[in-house]
Design a protein around this ligand. Structure first.
Ligand SMILES: C[S@@+](CC[C@H](N)C(=O)[O-])C[C@H]1O[C@@H](n2cnc3c(N)ncnc32)[C@H](O)[C@@H]1O
Length: 351
């Protein structure tokens, strides 16, 4: 990604669970085009106070669809301590008709209580506090050595929350929040996304929920039926086929490939290679999830690695590879499955 120019006037609060900071960094980069600070090595990262929570960008991007980026604010004032922040904020002569103040203090910060901070910040703003229907939301963030005051631009809608509730679960399924982040790496709303190993459709649900045109395939017909039922459960649609992901045709803006595991030592040589090769061939951007490091394979296939992240899934460490592929140019053949016709199309689907 080419280096962008200009001052970073927007700060973002990252809120990944423990062990997901690397993926949050990639999601931040996908949403804003800028890079977020790195976390310390894995062991230290387990201690939440060591993980950077603030990232800066040149643009104020919408983060409604994000998994790990909690909010985006336009910077108004910055200081080393709360007293300094109040002084800077006072000089700004801020005027907002109806506003609300929210406070995020990182752990271990020596500071007044949140209610006192809210009150003192509200006192330097010309306007009327309105907790229920504010026209603007002011955000104060305190972390060691840095206090920030900003105006909220956007906040995550936590759209993945509740997607765990679905008719069909599956031990190999991704958590919806992780699936949402993977979608965000490869496809903004309006784009066309392929999941060639869709399982019970976790990625498809997250894609369709934010307006990405989702196309799924799985070699297991029963799982494709389950994916269709899960999509219907949430009132969402995707194109689905039963078949081998190595034979998918079409051209896609992005692909999320959550590789099957449990194939032991021969996995890279056989099915894995074919699935990765096809994903890279047909999609402009790919997010490959696997227990192995497939960076070398991706590079050999002509893909350019944008970033990698290790994430925890249960006790398993899995790797996310985010890469730009050479793209594809074949016509798609996927069929549309719509709610109400699931069982019929399931029987009709080619195996
Ligand atoms: C790790 S699971 C994917 C889980 C999925 N992301 C979810 O959340 O439900 C891998 C899937 O790959 C499928 N699979 C294995 N070999 C395949 C192939 N050659 N083509 C398509 N799907 C395949 C399996 O049936 C399995 O559902």
């Amino acid at each position: 990604m080419s280096e962008r120019k200009g001052p970073r006037r927007y700060f973002y609060r990252l809120a990944p669970p423990t062990g997901y900071h690397e993926l949050a960094r990639l999601e931040f980069q996908a949403l804003t085009g800028d890079s977020a600070p790195e976390a310390p090595p894995w062991a230290e990262r387990e201690e939440p106070s060591t993980v950077p929570r603030i990232a800066w960008a040149r643009v104020g991007a919408g983060v409604q669809r994000s998994a790990y980026v909690a909010e985006c604010c336009r910077l108004l004032a910055r200081a080393e301590d709360f007293g300094g922040l109040l002084k800077v904020a006072t000089k700004l002569h801020l005027g907002v008709e109806r506003f609300r103040v929210r406070v995020h203090k990182m752990r271990g910060i020596d500071a007044p209580g949140s209610n006192d901070i809210q009150r003192m910040v509200a006192d330097v703003i010309d306007g009327r506090p309105d907790l229920d229907r504010p026209a603007a939301e002011m955000v104060v963030i305190a972390e060691p050595g840095q206090w920030l005051l900003g105006e909220l631009v956007s906040r995550t809608a936590r759209g993945w929350a509740g997607h765990e509730q679905r008719p069909h679960q599956y031990s190999a399924a991704l958590p919806p929040r992780l699936a949402r982040a993977l979608v965000n790496l490869v496809a903004p709303p309006g784009d066309r996304l392929l999941d060639p190993c869709c399982g019970v459709g976790t990625v498809l649900v997250e894609a369709a929920a934010i307006g990405v045109r989702a196309v799924g395939c799985d070699i297991n017909r029963r799982l494709v039926e389950h994916a269709a039922a899960n999509l219907c459960h949430h009132g969402l649609e995707a194109e689905l086929t039963t078949g081998d992901g190595r034979e998918v045709r079409g051209r896609f803006d992005g692909a999320v490939l959550d590789l099957p595991y449990g194939y032991a030592s021969r996995r890279i040589e056989g099915v894995y290679r074919g699935l990765v090769a096809r994903a890279v061939e047909v999609a402009r951007l790919v997010a490959v999830v696997t227990v192995d490091d497939v960076s070398e394979l991706l590079t050999r296939l002509g893909a350019e690695i944008i970033g990698t992240a290790a994430v925890m899934k249960g006790h398993l460490v899995r790797r996310v590879h985010w890469a730009r592929g050479p793209g594809g140019d074949r016509e798609g053949r996927a069929r549309t499955w719509s709610c109400g016709s699931v069982s019929r199309t399931a029987r009709d689907a080619p195996s």
